[in-house]
Design a protein around this ligand. Structure first.
Ligand code: NDP
Ligand code: 2IT
Length: 449
């Protein structure tokens, strides 16, 4: 039998061979494998049972054609995906992303992350993710509806409340989930538990919209409190201005922090008086506009094109990347440290490159990895599934209280697991090991399937 180090190297070589040309997926696998040596040394059965060989291979990858007609009658074709990565501890669970950059590598990386994130929540949910290279920007409501109907016409054959439960992600919010569910229901039957993130009027959970952003801030607060710091009176920067970013900003402001900047994929706005969140909501949620429009109503604020993390000139304390993967490279990370950042919690999935994370950890920055810090969204999705199967709905306060407990529990698990394996303070390693062990133990008990 190989020793832990050689086993990890062997598996990564195999994964690279089998997934050539999928850099995002390889990055996610490497990041997990890098953490596991100490736990493999302690549990040779994981090597004997070849858990890593099995856990890095999706149970199923579904790809399909999505044809749709625009308002002028032109016919378009996009590609749809659903990766059903691991169902050991529950039905596949994870969002759908509609963005032109979506490809198999991105969906596999997101589904892989989701396995360990979902495990950390303590809920009974496996890992999955899907989406399409469809670009929702500039499309009419009717075009979005026709696209969602076509996408669901194919996807419905593979999902179900105990089988696979999609939700939102980039480009997929309550509007899209509403259309997707409508088509599912037309082709099947009334079954709200087949999707989460639904509008509240049709079986969605109160608090799901806010959950990812709020949860990320709750997680950051635990990191800070444990280190004698707090959010109150501090300057924060949040990237993105979508679902996760908006509710991270809302909770930060409620906790007394001042959010001085946020962004979209074109550029970022800096308002040293504190970002006016109602204005951001009006621009992004009501008008579906661009963050640049902020300065039309707030002439004191400044708009800059480009990446927020490498472009910020102001100093600030805390960073909340809430846009997308790979927003923070090594050079941006160095710039952030120069600007005074001491804590970073990832609302997005894998927003920091590997060398950026390494630098943050080396420099002692409080670093909250996405699979722990942004798990509040999927955790509340699981609470939505519970409400749907009980045919009931809980109050906002009830859901938010459960979310706070779950985020605290995830933080404790990541912290204590890191300590147990001699990596005190390294929440990435703690989260990776804790998320992995729950799934690995259950895989062994289920046999080689
Ligand atoms: P939204 O579509 O609501 O918002 C995405 C935001 O990120 C927009 O401001 C968008 O700008 C920006 N963005 C998207 N792509 C890029 C890019 N390539 N470069 C720079 N900015 C970009 O998505 P969410 O808020 O739901 O998701 C944001 C992140 O959080 C993603 O990484 C997602 O996987 C993760 N996440 C989401 C959860 C959820 O519950 N929704 C749960 C856990 C994680 P623009 O409008 O210009 O495209
Ligand atoms: O990345 C994520 O955790 C999500 N997009 C949320 C998934 C979900 O099923 O709620």
């Amino acid at each position: 039998m190989l020793d832990a180090k050689n086993y990890v190297n062997h598996i990564f070589e195999e994964v690279k061979k089998r997934n050539a040309g999928q850099p995002e997926f390889l990055h996610a696998v490497e990041e997990l494998l890098d953490s596991l040596e100490p736990v493999l040394e302690e549990h040779p059965e994981y090597i004997e049972e070849n858990i890593l060989g099995r856990i890095t291979e999706p149970e199923r990858v579904i790809e399909f054609r999505v044809p749709w007609t625009d308002d002028e009658g032109r016919v378009h074709v996009n590609r749809g995906y659903r990766v059903q990565f691991n169902s050991t501890i529950g039905p596949y669970k994870g969002g759908l992303r509609f963005h032109p950059s979506v490809n198999q590598s991105i969906v596999k990386f997101l589904a892989f992350e989701q396995i360990f994130k979902n495990s950390l929540t303590g809920q009974a949910i496996g890992g999955g993710k899907g989406g399409s290279d469809f670009d929702p920007k500039g499309k009419s409501d009717r075009e979005i509806m026709r696209f969602c109907q076509s996408y669901m016409t194919e996807l419905q054959a593979y999902i179900g409340p105990d089988r696979d439960v999609p939700a939102g992600d980039i480009g997929v919010g309550a509007r899209e989930i509403g259309y997707l569910y409508g088509q599912y229901k037309k082709l099947n039957q009334f079954e709200p538990g087949v999707l989460t993130g639904k509008p509240v009027s049709m079986g969605g959970s109160l608090g799901r919209t806010e959950a990812t952003g709020y949860g990320t801030v709750y997680f950051a607060e635990h990191m800070l409190q444990d280190n004698g710091q707090s959010l109150a009176g501090k300057r924060a920067v949040v990237s993105g201005s979508g679902n996760v970013a908006i509710y991270a900003m809302e909770k930060l402001i409620e906790k007394g922090a001042m959010v001085i900047a946020c962004s979209d994929s074109s550029g970022f706005v800096v308002d040293t008086n504190g970002i006016d969140l109602d204005l951001v909501k009006e621009i992004k949620l009501t008008k579906r506009g661009r963050i640049k429009e902020y300065t039309q109503s707030r002439p004191d604020a400044k708009y800059y094109e480009g990446n927020i993390w490498s472009g910020m000139e102001e100093t600030y304390d805390y960073a909340f990347p809430c846009a997308t993967q790979g927003e923070i490279n090594l050079q941006a990370a160095q710039h952030m440290l120069e600007k005074g950042v001491t804590c970073l919690a990832e609302g997005a999935n894998m927003p920091c490159d590997a060398d950026a994370v390494q630098l943050f950890i080396e420099k002692g920055l409080l670093y909250g990895p996405g699979k722990a810090a942004n798990a509040g969204g999927v955790a509340v999705s699981s609470l939505e599934m519970q409400q749907n199967s009980q045919r009931t709905s809980w109050t906002f306060e009830d859901v938010d209280t459960q979310l706070q407990h779950i985020m605290k529990d995830i933080y404790q698990k990541a912290k204590e697991t890191a300590k147990k394996y001699g990596k005190e303070g390294n929440l990435l390693q703690g989260a990776n090991i804790a998320g992995f062990v729950r799934v690995a133990d259950a895989m062994i008990r289920q046999g080689v399937i």
